[in-house]
Each structure stands twice: as C-alpha cells, then as structure tokens.
Design a protein around this ligand. Structure first.
Ligand SMILES: [Zn+2]
Ligand SMILES: [Zn+2]
Length: 589
C-alpha cells in the first residue's frame, strides 16, 4: 500500500471530524487512526446528534470540503498552549498529558506537540497528511458504519461513538471492496455458525468462550485428525498437557515478565502459589524434553499438543471465532540439533503446502524479524538474532518460496515464518507459523549429550500448521460459505424417507452408512413433513448428499441421490453410493 493512500485515509478522518463538528460543535475527540482499507475517529457526542445527521449527510459534506481544495498545514504548539486550546475537550487533554509523560516523538523534547490545520480546523496530530484535499478522490471513499468503542479500549471508561470509513485511490477499487464486503457479510461465520448450528456463545459462560455443538465438534475433530495425519507423517507425536501451571514455569520461560497481563490468573485455596491458565504450550513441552537424559541420537524430538489455551483478551476485541479467550492450537515443538534445523523446517513447510492444497487456499510467507531499534522487546542478544534470521532466509531462498520481510513481527524469543493464506474472497489470514528459538531451551537448561560426549543445548522449533483449529474453523465457514466439502461436512448424508412407511428402509440405509462405514448420516425430517419441505431444509443446511428413499428404492436396495450444487444424480445401488462418498472422504474432497 502506498504511503499516499495512508495520507488520504488519515486526511479523510480530519475532514470527517470537520463535518461532524459542524453538526455537533461540542463533540469530544478521541483517537482517529488509519486502519486496513480506511480510517476511523472516535467522538463523544449524543447518539441523536449523529442519527439526525446520518452518515450520508456527513459523507456529502466531506465531498464538498474536498472540492474546496483545503490545505493541510503542520505547526507545533507548546504543551501549555495545546492544553489551553483543548480545555473543553477532556479526551484531547488526556492525550496531550499522555504524550508529555511518554516523551513521545510527537512531543518534541517534551515541550511541544504537533498539530495539523486544515481550513479552520486545527487538530493535535503527528501526521502525515496530504498537502491539499485536491489529492483526494471524492468518489473513492465511503463512511461505512457507526459503532461503540470504549475510550482507550477499556471497559472502565466511557463508551464513545466511532465512525468508520474506507478509502481507496480509485472509485473502482472502492466498488470492488464494497462488493467483496457484501459477499463477506453473507458468509459471516457468526451468522452462518448460528444458522448451521455449529457453535454458540453464552453470556453466562463468558465472552470469547464458545461452545461447539455436535456439528461443530464433527468439523473440529476432522481438522484435528487431518493435522495429526500430516504431522504424524513427519514424526510429531501427540501429547496431553494441563491447562494451568505454576507461575514459576512462566518466570523461567520469560512469559511472566513479558506476557503476564495477558494471562488468566488462578489461585489455589490451599497454597499461596500463583498459577496461570496457559496461553501457550511451549514451556510445558520443555519439561517433557527435560524428563529424560537425551543424546544427539535421540534428536529431533517432536511433540504435538491440542491443549486448550487461554488469553485474557479485552472483551471489545473479541470477535466470533476470530478472536477468542479460549482456543487450541495445532501446536508442535521440535527439539533438535543446529544441523537439523533445515530439514525440520523443510518438512514442516511440506505439510503446510499439502494442507493449503487440501483447503484450496493460496499462501505466502511473511518472514517476521525483530526490530533492531527496540531490542528490549525481545529476549536474547543481537548475535543470536542475526544468526537465526539469516538461517530462516536461507531456507526460504533454497526452497524458492515467495516471501516478504516484516520488521518487528518476530516472537519475543526468535524470528519466524508466518504463513498467510488467502481465502476464496481473496482476504488474507495469518494461519501457520514456524518459529526458531535459540533462547527458551537455554533458559530451561535443556541439554543433550553430543557425539563428542559434551553437553549441548538443543534448538527449539515452534510450529503450527492451521494455527488455532477454532479460528481456522471460522475462516473455513466463510471460505466455503458454510458449504463444507464432504470430508468436513458435519452431516455428510441426509436420508429422506418419502413417507412414513419408508422410515424402516431409511433406518437401514442410515445404519449401513453410519454404523458400518463411519459416514455421518442422519434420517432427515419429521414423519408428517412433505418431501419437498425435507429437501428444502436439508439444502439450507448445505448437506452434500441427500438420499431419497421410497417404495422403488426399498424394493431395489437403491437410493435416489441428490448432490449439493449438482442436483439429481438419479437412483443408484446403496453400495455404489457408499463407494462414491467414501472415496471423496478418503481423498478429503
Ligand atoms: Zn491527522
Ligand atoms: Zn511454542
């Protein structure tokens, strides 16, 4: 994305504020950054004020402002002046005070803050902005929605009104984006999840803690089975570990210091020891390694785990299955010698490739590096970081894998390869990750006896394939628009008796599918429902195969088969249908 579009998006948020202030001059001003595809701005103002004006009116006013060729001009103000300027706006006042405390760049040497003036509107802002509204295409932006947002993201604070907008370089880009959004809305996994009865949330259970129905579990189980098959083939063995552990473990791993506020705290009634619900499995897996003496011949040791993980996300940031407080990961750890790193990465990359092919997704790799300007954010010294980053890049080059670098995206203990997949709507999601870690094994004192008899520290590779199965489940719902391929479909076949008297034969068919062949089959519909109603409802549930059975079928031992997306396939012997569907399931189609 070019810098200019960022400037345009941010400038539009100033223009939006100008338009909002015309409607309600006393509005308090929260933050207003650019985001992916657009921008937002938070306002403290009565909901009626906005409801009365309406987004289209504000948008119209912004278009007029754009045509006025308004210049954006930067100037500085002393803290004292800035505070006086905003004496009626407690939000800006707080922001300025925060800036002073932080000694932010914006607050040069703790004395001045930066402002941008556009027309009569002057705004605390670090920029950058377009030089003039001339640079903005008035037909390439749109205000999209109003939402509530807590001041500074904390539920303890007041809920402000946030207006979102999107902006692009051209009108066509805007139209394409809006079309994609419309399609995405139809596929929204939260809506489809409810419609297809896959998972539920309950206020009493808590936000970000979904419960999966038997249908949701069928899909999650298939994903787990598939991942185990893939990782089993490259030597990973599944283990089981507890959901919580002593704080001590995280003190050694470094998570206590860097990550404590993101973990749920648990306390025993009987001891004063601190426990935490684990947000990741890595520290526990070091203890599996440490349980026995290890020799160079034992390595690599590869462990996989699907334990529940808990992270104390802010409730405002939770979103369907995309952001959860409780979830699993297809988490794996490999302890190996340095000379084995390349092989290990190569084999993980090979199963990632297979998995993405199965799901019909393209992907690319983000090589996530540390930020050398902020070494305090990471564990370990510069030499280790440079060495490990170079190694990962070599692996990507040798495998001829397309990648791009992202400075500052590394894990605290090492660089990583993040696999960014593209769904059927062209949206990108970060799924899998393969991370190199030269630090944690040392912190836990892990060793192996090398061929020369000396003790050495193994290297640790953290990796996932689909990432969190729950989050991936959400992505898949939208990717497939709820029409799961046969191998994943929670109900693979519905058996529809034409009338009451065909229930017996329907049961026979169902049992043969389900009990003898492990196919998820269900008898569909109530006894007194018409066949057309049964078909309609089964189709709404996006079941891949419907088998209609009546007198003819019962006598001949056949089924009349309808395939999702293909329609009527006609009658076929049940045995033939079982062969057909079993093959598709086996091939994961
Ligand atoms: Zn600005
Ligand atoms: Zn890990």
């Amino acid at each position: 994305m070019s810098d200019n579009i960022e400037k345009i998006r941010h400038s539009l948020s100033h223009l939006m504020t100008m338009a909002v202030l015309e409607v309600y001059p006393k509005a308090g001003l929260g933050v207003g950054p650019t985001i992916e595809n657009g921008f937002y701005q938070d306002y403290d103002l009565p909901a009626e004020a906005l409801a009365k004006a309406g987004l289209p009116k504000i948008e119209q006013r912004m278009k007029e402002l754009i045509k006025e060729d308004i210049k954006f001009e930067q100037h500085d103000m002393t803290f004292a002046k800035a505070l006086a300027f905003y004496k009626k706006d407690k939000y800006k006042t707080e922001l300025i005070k925060d800036l002073k405390k932080k000694g932010d760049l914006l607050a040069q040497a703790g004395k001045k803050v930066s402002f941008y003036k556009s027309g009569k509107f002057d705004n605390l802002c670090a920029g950058p902005h377009v030089k003039s509204t001339k640079e903005i295409n008035p037909n390439a932006f749109k205000l999209t929605k109003i939402a509530g947002a807590y001041w500074k993201g904390s539920e303890k604070n007041k809920m402000l009104t946030r207006i979102y907008g999107v902006a692009f370089g051209t009108e066509k880009e805007l139209q394409d984006y809006l079309k994609q959004q419309e399609e995405a809305e139809k596929r929204d996994h939260r809506k489809l999840g409810e419609k297809l009865d896959l998972f539920i949330f309950s206020d009493l259970v808590g936000p970000g803690l979904p419960m999966y129905t038997f249908k949701g579990v069928a899909i999650l189980d298939e994903l787990k089975k598939y991942v185990n098959e893939l990782q089993g083939a490259i030597g990973y063995q599944e283990v089981q570990t507890p959901n919580m552990n002593r704080a001590e473990l995280f003190k050694i791993s470094g998570h206590y210091e860097k990550y404590k506020d993101d973990m749920f705290f648990v306390r025993s009634h009987y001891t004063k020891e601190e426990y935490f619900l684990k947000p990741m499995n890595c520290p526990q897996h070091t203890q599996i390694y440490a349980a026995k003496p290890r020799s160079y011949k034992d390595l690599p040791i590869r462990i996989a785990d699907f334990a529940m993980l808990y992270r104390d996300e802010k409730t405002g940031e939770l979103s369907g299955l995309a952001r959860l407080r409780g979830f699993r990961q297809d988490d794996g750890h490999c302890f190996c010698r340095e000379d084995q790193i390349k092989n290990e990465f190569n084999s993980v990359l090979s199963i990632v490739e297979k998995a993405m092919k199965t799901f019909g997704m393209n992907y690319k790799i983000r090589l996530s590096l540390w930020d050398p300007k902020q070494p305090e954010k990471y564990l370990g010294d510069k030499k280790i970081w440079e060495k490990s980053q170079k190694l990962l890049e070599e692996i990507l080059i040798e495998n001829k894998i397309e990648y791009f670098k992202a400075v500052g995206e590394a894990a605290i203990y090492g660089p990583k390869m993040d696999l960014i997949c593209q769904d059927s709507l062209g949206r990108e999601w970060q799924l899998s990750t393969i991370q190199l870690d030269f630090i944690m094994p040392g912190r836990f004192g892990l060793v192996y006896a090398d061929s020369d008899g000396k003790e050495k520290t193994p290297v640790m590779i953290h990796r996932a394939i689909i990432g969190s199965p729950e989050r991936f489940f959400g992505i898949l719902i939208e990717h497939y628009a709820g029409a799961f391929p046969v191998w994943l479909a929670p109900v693979q076949t519905a058996v529809l008796p034409i009338s009451e008297k065909h229930f017996e034969y329907a049961k026979k068919v169902r049992n043969q599918l389900r009990d003898d062949n492990g196919i998820r089959a269900q008898i569909w519909g109530e006894e007194n429902e018409t066949l057309s109603k049964k078909i309609r409802e089964a189709e709404m549930q996006k079941i891949p195969y419907l088998l209609i059975v009546g007198d003819k079928e019962a006598i001949a031992g056949t089924v009349s088969c309808r395939e999702r997306g293909k329609g009527d396939l006609g009658a076929m012997p049940l045995k033939k249908f079982i062969e057909k569907i079993s093959e598709r399931i086996r091939k994961r189609q």
